[in-house]
Design a protein around this ligand. Sequence first.
Ligand code: FPP
Length: 245
Amino acid sequence: MAKKLLELPTVDERLQSIGIIMDGNGRWAKKRMLPRSAGHVAGAKIIQKILEDLRAMGVHHVTLYAFSTENWKRPKEEVDGLMELIYKYLDEVVIEKIKTDKDFSMCFLGDKSVLSEKLRSKCIEIENMAKNRPFVCNLALNYGGRDEIVHAVNAAIAEGCNPVTAEDISRHLYTANSPDPDLIIRTGGDLRVSNFLIWQGAYSELYVTDTLWPDFNREEIVKAVNEFYKRKRRFGALDPEDAGD
Ligand code: FPP
């Protein structure tokens, strides 16, 4: 008998924005004695399903860490393979999705100037096709949190801000149009943020699972969301019930 698909819970205004560090493709491939590239291909295949589930739950912004400013240090063959895979995903999946689904749009976070001409034009084409629809996927591509903050501070200075305030910086981040992530999920088990949304994630809840990205699925999403709702978010303040002590 076919396995019944787990029902999705609905989220509320407390969980509107999620960031995901998609890690573990290489280990997934190694476990199967496959080349790392096979792990990336398997990782790319599940992206759309995960986005659909998050959207069906009522999440409006999902930021995916696809390629960091540090990932250029990997062997050229792996970098070229990843870039080709990302291009293929954008060209074959995302363009079609934006055409057929009027609720879906995609933005890119990161410095596009060092991407290949072909990839850069695809990103720009996608951003110009649709903006700020009810569901926005931010794809972090050649993205680094430190690099983003430096870029934002310089943009604020160029605009004449003196002194530069936290609001000025937020306004110039690549994510200026998206709310800060309420939850950051990391697959692959490592307990670090790896330069991902370091400004925006200052008060995000972190959820780390040992599950490798290509194995991430609906059950895993539900676990992460249930865990989020168990957390008490205080944003540096006290719980109202403790405030009188
Ligand atoms: C790291 O796994 C994952 C990445 C380099 C980023 C995520 C990339 C994908 C999901 C594939 C393609 C992306 C798109 C948008 C189509 P790793 O190689 O660091 O894994 P490891 O820690 O097991 O070595």
